[in-house]
Design a protein. Sequence first.
Length: 677
Amino acid sequence: MLTALSLTLALLVVLAVVPVLAAQMPAGGRRLPVGMIVHGGALLAALVFAACGLGALLGGPVAPRPLMPGSFAPLLLALDGLSAWFLMLLGLVGACSALFALSHANQAPVRVLAAYPLFLAAMALTLLAADGFTLLLGFEAMSLASWVLVAADHDQGENRSAARLYLVFAILSGICLVPAIGLLAAPGGDVSFAAIRAMPPEGPRAAVILLLVMVGAGAKAGLVPLHAWLPIAYPAAPSHVTALMSGAMTKVAVYLLARLLLDLCGPAQPIWWGVPLLVMGAASAVIGSLRANVEEDGKTLLACSSVENVGLIVIGLGLACAFRGADLGALAGLAAGAALLHILNHGLFKTLLFLGMGEVQVGAASRRLDRLGGLIQGMPWTAAAMLVGVGAAASLPPLSGFASEWLLLQALLSAWRVGDLGFQVLALGVAALAALSAALATAAMVRLFGLVFLGRPRTPRAAGAEDGPWPARVALLLPAGLTVLFGLLPGPMLALAEGALQRLVRQDVTERATLAGVVVGDGAGAYLPIGIAALLAVLGAGIWYAVRRRTPAGVARSPAWDGGFMAPPQHLVCGDPVTQPSAAGFGQPLRQILGTPLLAAHARVAMPPPGDPAPARIEAGFADPSDALVLAPVARLRDAISAQVERLRDLTLAQCLMLPFGTLVALLALIAWLEAR
């Protein structure tokens, strides 16, 4: 199996070279279908990843082996239950992304075609790594390739700004993870996972590792307050790349959290290890879901929703840490199972939503919510798939998002079994915030689907929008079908994750997982999605039959939803947009209630000067907490460094030569001190 994965990684590297070589061909010669070659190869590689991940989950772990025998570094590859779970997700998300890109293969620039297979290969290498060096190599290669994809359209100033901000957080992530791996290393500098597990860190060293890993992996996962890059970088990337970033890249960062903190640091860490994860996860869930209700760009809205869902996942990991420290193995398995299930579910339905929004952007020439509307008439396939995605993101049963969030809530409600009053109070607050974020997420998804697909078209282009070609439709229907399937079968999916649970908490929940559903506790709570689906099907069929019996002959077509406003006048083809709810108006109640304390939301009436016939305007805005906590200090640090760099121009030649010499002496002194210890 590792041989097939190694060959697949080599194939992706070769695919990255194809666009570069094709660009050097003479202009008059026959052009190769580079986009079809690259994305077709990426589709094949993704299917191999998914098959190997599923095979390892069913057949057991694969022992470590070197990627390149005789190389300067070990470069060990392995496949256990935890990495197989994430590799299967990477394969499914990558297949959907590549299939969608095949329908728009001729629209991608060379740099996107070259970086895309490298991005996929780097994520796979990170998941397959069995030592710290290979893990860092894959993770940093993933950061570099994704930065190239974000900066693909360098002619737009917004993309350049997004790429610079993303690069800052990628560098911060690397700066934190490199010393974290160094502190994890076993005596003698052995960074293989087996050696680290044999001697896990303790005491202050473990606390420093916890801080470094949370900052390093949290910056890439988009945890508050390290999420400032995510709502800016996601809209800048192509839609299939954004789907891969949200569905897979953020999950690779979560994989680092799980691997380094729960697996390699051992099961003997104290209860308080879960507290930072709970706090950052709860803050991410609330801030992400609230921002999703006030954003007016479709991809930015979905990016903020990703922040919310990553926060819920991290809450599950934090609970698993705390329960394991309190020697509550069954509850630790429940929390870790909820996190793993939500990782898989969110990766698929968020991939579906980003690909659907990309198809909307192609068909209606915009992703601004105020320039869409009524697309359910011209894009029924996209609307049906997106309806499944927003239903799962809104945690509606029996779709996949409900099962994992229900399990997480059950784990939070069981936190009273930890015999620490402070932790019990914290868990109670986190449970309330998780419930609030779920309600806000539901409101955000209703707002998204209503403004985009219901009502009347707000522009002529939206009125003439059509579904994309069949490869794009299949790319939407595949994750939609898996979202429904995984929602109906949470029990078998938890049983499939047994190897990952054993690696994380040395405890599984398979004895509480059945084909019909999941049972929590001593039979006190159960979720039976197949029964719920059957009940909803019978109820829906009864309503449909009753409506058909009372419907007169003939069918009259009308907007699926008009918001309660009057019909459009005849002289306006698309109606008057003012007579329909706007994106800002839809989110105004939440902006006023929660936006002021959490997002520093503000609104004022701008009156024209006397004699000016222009109408008065309401100007509204908000400020994300990361602006004051992270971006403002970074800007001040940048200005200070720039001022010091300017002073270097006044140094003499001798002083300039002394700078590298002094740095070398300081490094040698540091190495000597470390060796003496």
